[in-house]
Design a protein around this ligand. Sequence first.
Ligand SMILES: Cc1cc2nc3c(=O)[nH]c(=O)nc-3n(C[C@H](O)[C@H](O)[C@H](O)COP(=O)(O)OP(=O)(O)OC[C@H]3O[C@@H](n4cnc5c(N)ncnc54)[C@H](O)[C@@H]3O)c2cc1C
Ligand code: FES
Ligand code: FES
Length: 489
Amino acid sequence: MSSKPIRFLLNDEEVSLADINPNTTLLQYLREKLGKVGTKEGCASGDCGACTVVLGEVSRERSSTAEMHYKTVNACIALLPNLHGRQLITVEDLQHEGQMHPVQKSMVEQHGSQCGFCTPGFIMSLFALNKVHDRPTREQANQALGGNLCRCTGYRSIIDAAMTAANKTDHFDSSSAITIRRLQAIADDSVGTTIELSGNGYRAFSPQSIGELARLSETYAEARLVAGGTDLCLQITQNLDQFDTLISTLDVPELCQVELSEKGFTIGAAATYSQFITPLSQQYPEWGAMIERLGSLQIRNLGTLGGNIANASPVGDMPPVLIAMGATMCLRKGDRIRQLAIEDFFLDYKKTALEAGEFIQSIFIPNASDTTHLKIYKVSKRFDDDISAVLAAITLQLKDNVVSAIDIAFGGMAAIPKRAVKCEAALRNQQWDDATIERAAAALSEDFNPLSDARASSQYRLQVAQNLLRRAYIEISSPEVVTQVITHA
Ligand SMILES: Cc1cc2nc3c(=O)[nH]c(=O)nc-3n(C[C@H](O)[C@H](O)[C@H](O)COP(=O)(O)OP(=O)(O)OC[C@H]3O[C@@H](n4cnc5c(N)ncnc54)[C@H](O)[C@@H]3O)c2cc1C
Ligand code: FES
Ligand code: FES
């Protein structure tokens, strides 16, 4: 199989990269190799948004109405393979013909900057917001800015800038037809190839088809897979690890698909949260609301479902919900494909059932019946962009006020995302009443002996888990009480 270099547009200039250490983050590349220091480094861990840049993409489907889609990403936790076939826009690119971009003007007019360190990151988030929504609502502005921290200006004037910059066109709009043609030409030239980057003895492959991903994964069984990189890059920036061989899944079309059939959702392992949040929310609003609190928009634009599962973090948000929904996964090694229930994937702390050379291809979420109650609760110190202390996911069916089906899984309560087996047994085939709930809450202490760490103590976690069960009971049995409490709060 022939290999080719990474090609992308740096604003409007085409760049080809073959000889560079693939453990280089996008931020290091911009600041240290290109001297583009407008993009700042605050935390190097995806938390502050100072390094926000924008990636422009063309949808894969060819049509005369192809459009550019823009998304913010954290340059500090993105790797160079993320750039292939895309347009990279940094804060240096927004000025045009000596004029500030409309979002920059709005920031000045609304006094949205003081020391200025966070400002390039905010500007890029505002730029992408302006591209995605003609007239963003305040809620959409808050969502777009949830991953940007400012320690001195305060947020009101920045949000005002977001609202006043709305619905302005710019030079990216006037040149979009040319940009689309150039990106499509790169995509056409990449079909059937593998994109390769190597330097300082390290290398990365970006296969462009699933067959090639399977071949490379088997050939280089010691290689590390990378999708969005939002977990993996922390090992590079925080632990100072370097990976000898990386294989990127991001450009494998079969891994990026999201399909809804009569039976349920099939989500490719490399589909990002931003790709599947809308269809998933339409069917399961509670799940969509939880995903809106998973990381920031920058994280959701890069992070993938496969990465969240394979990372096997005890506090990952998706696995408990997938377990409670009875989801399964499709694993592939060479030509062999096997199906596994999500709950059987997690063996021990950070230990999974994945074999060497095997990868997650897709995840299947069977449709819940119309009578299923789904409850998802994320408890974290901050509402936005924070890792869960506890995440509870419950699916329940009642027949004549008796629990006819129950699945409960928790994150943050054990070394792995885990089903609450004893609690389920205390509920199954029992009357749905106060006494049953109290027995089930007590059973949770037999299911779990949670850790104490910086996020929460063991005692707090257990108490919260029990209270979440009680909350689900009240919300399901007396929704009118809950509405009253919220209305009068
Ligand atoms: C600031 C910040 C906030 C975050 N907030 C949250 C949060 O609120 N909730 C939460 O759950 N997570 C959170 N995360 C963690 C992370 O963003 C998610 O877990 C994300 O889904 C990881 O996906 P990725 O594509 O970036 O994974 P990557 O970093 O690319 O990969 C993660 C792991 O999965 C492996 N992998 C990737 N794809 C495959 C595949 N197809 N088959 C087999 N192995 C694979 C990689 O080898 C690696 O070990 C946060 C991270 C950051 C930096
Ligand atoms: S430097 Fe803080 S998010 Fe990247
Ligand atoms: S303006 Fe100083 S950190 Fe935001």
